[in-house]
Design a protein around this ligand. Structure first.
Ligand SMILES: Cc1cc2nc3c(=O)[nH]c(=O)nc-3n(C[C@H](O)[C@H](O)[C@H](O)COP(=O)(O)OP(=O)(O)OC[C@H]3O[C@@H](n4cnc5c(N)ncnc54)[C@H](O)[C@@H]3O)c2cc1C
Length: 446
């Protein structure tokens, strides 16, 4: 087990370790007391013992893609799981056991090659399962296939006492409940996820795309909302606003991705959607053959590494006129790389809620990404994000942990009952607050 102590390690090796895999250039300048590179469960147990001897907290990093870099805390012991990649699949029962640092790309490549299986990972190929699943996980076709954590059947964790325990709906059910939505407030270290898998739906993957100019906002948005209820169950739907340099205006991309084993069935689903689309696109394609690789590459392009990011999101109330509520936010998108998107959550939002920590539900998810390679510009974009979120606060019913910084009271991210239950579980499993959560200036009431 490699341990890099802040006070006994060369500056560049220490910096490499503390920033290892951290995606966002906008990061707190925190100096953990030590970085422990854990590559097995015993290493995590040892790290917890060391934190006890040192009387300091433990922070955990799986893939480093937390937008707010929750893995970095001053004077903590940072347990970096980034070098520990294991995947084991039982294809007969379609269950995988996976370590938290495995990324979405790595997992789906492995599953494809070993049994033609699939897991609804995040859209960005490099997001690791650890942070993604703990906060819920809006993966591929989330509106139908559910949050990725709906597919978690068990977790192996190391507790604050240094015990290794398994959690599922029968054993340590409270931790299992928390492992599906507590995010950075999870009071243990996950060392393995047990995941239920789907048959690989990517053989017949097809996509359609319709890009509209700004003056078509209402027609495009109302159309895409109107198709959600009856759209094919294997079709992911999103509308993304981006600034088109060549046109000098905000444009709207309606994107459908259908994942089915049978390409003809996918084409049929997309052609049905095509029939009702309003005219006026300046670019479009219909039922094009596509692949997970190419979708992942697109995501890498819109979320480039080595940039400053600031993101936020809201679930918008089912009772408001979403077109009206989001219009100004979409239309004021600044030039450059920032983008904003609306992502329907129906029908998952109307199904009986599974018994798990993540349970804020609405039909509409809205998220904004400020992205820049220039710090000053990033500050300008951040102001736009903050103003946007302030503007729509009245129409919102909560936020998803994945793309926000937990600065509001907890019942904004969990329901009141869940926030209370989570606090009790944290008190039971981590009464001494061994595990770091979010940054002190955030996380009111943590
Ligand atoms: C470019 C980009 C695209 C994204 N796309 C999506 C998307 O499509 N859908 C979506 O839902 N989210 C998305 N996200 C958000 C992302 O899922 C979260 O930021 C997630 O936390 C990243 O997981 P990680 O393990 O890489 O992060 P890390 O920074 O390693 O972990 C974040 C925090 O989670 C906790 N944690 C992580 N691992 C463990 C563990 N093993 N045990 C206990 N606690 C742990 C810790 O508190 C840690 O600080 C995206 C983020 C980025 C940067």
């Amino acid at each position: 087990m490699q341990i890099l102590w802040r006070d006994h390690t060369g500056e560049s090796a220490y910096d490499r370790a503390r920033w290892n895999n951290v995606f966002n250039l906008e990061r707190p300048n925190c100096s953990p007391r030590a970085v422990i590179k854990a590559t097995c469960t015993e290493d995590v147990v040892s790290a917890i013992k060391i934190a006890g001897q040192e009387k300091c907290q433990i922070a955990v990093r799986s893939g480093g893609h937390s937008m707010f870099v929750w893995s970095l805390h001053e004077d903590s012991i940072l347990v970096d799981l980034g070098n520990w990649k294991e995947i084991a699949v039982d294809a007969d029962v379609k269950i995988a056991q996976v370590t938290p640092s495995v990324t979405g790309l790595e997992l789906n490549e492995y599953l494809h090659a070993n049994g033609q299986l699939f897991f609804p990972t995040g859209h960005c190929p490099d997001v690791a399962l650890g942070g993604f699943l703990l906060q819920g996980g809006q993966g591929w076709n989330c509106r139908n296939w559910g949050y990725a954590c709906d597919w978690v059947v068990g977790v192996e964790v190391v507790t604050a006492e240094g015990d290794v325990v398994f959690c599922d709906q029968h054993k340590n059910a409270d931790l299992y409940w928390a492992a599906r939505g507590a995010g950075p407030l999870f009071p243990a270290v996950v060392v393995k996820f047990h995941l239920r898998l789907l048959p690989d739906p990517t053989a017949g993957l097809r996509s359609s795309c319709y890009i509209y100019p700004a003056n078509m906002y209402r027609q495009a948005f109302e159309w895409v909302q109107s198709v959600v209820a009856d759209a094919d169950q294997d079709t992911e739907i999103v509308m993304v606003a981006f600034y088109c340099e060549s046109r000098g205006e905000v444009c709207f991309k309606v994107h459908f991705v259908t994942m089915k084993a049978d390409g003809l069935a996918a084409e049929h689903a997309l052609k049905q959607l095509h029939q009702g689309r309003p005219p006026g696109t300046f670019t479009e394609w219909v039922a094009r053959e596509d692949s997970l690789d190419s979708l992942f590459s697109d995501q890498r392009m819109v979320n480039p590494p080595s940039h400053y990011y600031y993101t936020d999101n809201s679930y918008i109330s089912n009772s408001v006129d979403v077109t009206e509520a989001l219009e100004e936010s979409f239309m004021t998108l600044p030039p450059g790389k920032p983008f904003a998107f609306w992502y329907p959550m129906y029908p998952r939002s109307r199904r009986p809620a599974p018994d798990m920590a993540l349970n804020v539900a609405s039909d509409h998810y809205f998220s904004v990404y400020a992205i820049s390679n220039d710090r000053d510009d990033a500050t300008r974009c951040r102001t736009w994000v903050e103003q946007t979120m302030e503007r729509i606060r009245e129409s919102a019913v909560g936020s998803y942990l994945g793309e926000c910084d937990l600065k509001l009271p907890h019942d904004w991210y969990w329901t009141k009952d869940s926030a209370r239950r989570l606090a009790a579980i944290r008190q039971k499993w981590d009464p001494g607050c061994l595990f770091c959560t979010v940054h002190a200036e955030q996380g009111e009431g943590v």
